[in-house]
Design a protein around this ligand. Structure first.
Ligand code: ADP
Length: 435
């Protein structure tokens, strides 16, 4: 039924009852009694209304769905409607709080920075990624103009030009960021930041690698092409010169072959599609293999010994052989004639009980390495002395291969060296690799 009818009918009925009661009273006991009866009834009705009005006022101060009285007469319907309103409001509020919490959590987890600003670029809110990227602190910087917070000339120019459809690449505090401003809601703008530092570093490494690899391949190729041109020209060559040219071409050809093989090995080791094929590696036989290879390379010019005093491990025989052989070959190549090279397989302390794992140590009495170079030795194509590396058939990729093999096995490489005295390369494997 219509709520208005529901409200008015009982109210009019109540008034009619009072009026009727007063008329009956007046008729039975005289006019004064009738009027008194009507006055008292109206007063009682007024007091009831005032009491509910007071309760309503109290409730409005602290509105909650529990604190509402049941009411009487028309108040019952009013309180029931207020109760429903309040309950819907509470439900909406709970939904809104939940959405807000979810939104906050998503914004916290977002790797991209989001900063909300008003139309004149005063910061209203930003997520933790934006704080990290732009060096902001919400608590401190809220309400400040972003051009005062991000004082980079490129950023200021971007704002001045206002070509927001184009993103801006910004170098800010060791980071490379892609920033873009997106206007929204008429009087607000969002600043979005995307950190591309790591991507940029990888891209730079890739560019460097291609440049280095091309350079490394170009040198032997230039030699080969040069000799081929001489051979195909009319220049008269005696057989000794021709033989010398052929020997040099073969050497350069081998150098290119070694380079390409090392590059392929590295790319395979780095590839996620090339999982480690772990097997039991018989260390005694592996060290013996490496020892024989080192002796063959030295050609009797060094004193090379090997000691095996440790357990077998699980890993890739081929990869470990390649890593250990690289270390042994370096020791031979960077140790002058008559020097000593020692290969040692040692078990770590408490191997197998979570302590140090076993390690392959290669010590030489060679030329040593200055401390300033040590951190960079495992970078591709990094050499302390380029000509010595080339003379001894180095590719500059050996230690990069060693590092990757050890990484794949959960191990690490440590280097100790003193110029003029010698070096020790320690290839440590994790204790968990022990069979
Ligand atoms: P390379 O093919 O040039 O030997 P590596 O990656 O194996 O490349 O080694 C990088 C550089 O580290 C070498 O060029 C050399 O300068 C230095 N190096 C490696 N091993 C030794 C060593 N045992 N003694 C001295 N220097 C070494």
């Amino acid at each position: 039924m219509n709520p208005r009818v529901l409200f008015w009918i009982p109210a009019l009925l109540r008034l009619s009852v009072i009026l009727l009661g007063s008329i009956v009273m007046g008729w039975m006991f005289g006019l004064i009694a009738g009027l008194t009866m009507s006055f008292l009834s109206m007063l009682a009705l007024l007091l009831i209304q005032l009491s509910y009005l007071y309760q309503l006022g109290e409730w409005l101060d602290k509105p909650n769905s529990e604190g509402l009285p049941d009411g009487w007469g028309s108040w019952t319907a009013i309180f029931a409607r207020l109760y429903r309103l309040r309950r819907d409001d509470e439900r909406n509020q709970a939904e809104l709080t939940e959405w807000l919490a979810r939104f906050r959590q998503a914004m916290h987890l977002l790797p991209d920075g989001v900063a909300i600003m008003d139309d004149v670029l005063f910061l209203e809110w930003c997520n933790p990624a934006a704080e990290r990227h732009l060096g902001l602190t919400m608590a401190r910087d809220k309400g400040m103009r972003v051009t005062n917070l991000i004082r980079h000339p490129d950023f200021i120019d971007y704002i001045i030009l206002g070509r927001y459809e184009q993103p801006l690449t910004l170098r800010l505090r060791d980071r490379k960021l892609i920033c873009q401003i997106i206007p929204f809601e008429n009087r607000r703008q969002i600043l979005v930041t995307h950190d591309i530092t790591e991507m940029d570093r990888i891209e730079e490494m890739r560019r460097d690698f291609i440049a280095n690899a091309s350079h490394e391949l170009r040198t032997p190729l230039t030699v080969i092409v040069g000799f081929l041109e001489i051979a195909s020209s009319d220049m008269p060559l005696d057989s000794a010169t021709r033989a010398a040219h052929l020997k040099l071409m073969t050497e350069q050809g081998h150098r290119m072959q070694r380079l390409i093989e090392d590059m392929l090995t590295l790319s395979r080791l780095e590839s996620a599609d090339y999982p480690l094929r772990a097997e039991r590696v018989a260390i005694g036989a592996l060290v013996e293999e490496v020892l024989q290879e080192a002796r063959a390379l030295s050609g009797g010019k060094h004193e090379i010994t090997a000691v095996v005093d440790g357990p077998d491990v699980r890993g890739s025989h081929e990869e470990l052989r390649s890593a250990f052989a690289n270390l042994a070959s370096n020791a031979v190549r960077y140790t002058p004639v008559g020097g000593q090279v020692q290969l040692r397989w040692e078990s770590g302390h408490d191997a197998g009980k979570g302590g140090d794992g076993p390690r392959f140590v290669v010590s030489d009495t060679g030329i040593g390495i200055d401390q300033s170079h040590i951190a960079r030795l495992t970078e591709r194509f990094y050499r302390v002395d380029k000509s010595r590396s080339r003379e001894t058939q180095g590719t500059g990729l050996g230690l990069a291969i060693v590092k990757h093999v050890l990484l794949r096995h959960g191990g690490s490489l440590a280097i100790r060296s003193e110029p003029g005295k010698g070096s020790s390369f320690i290839a440590a494997l994790p204790a968990s690799s022990v069979v």
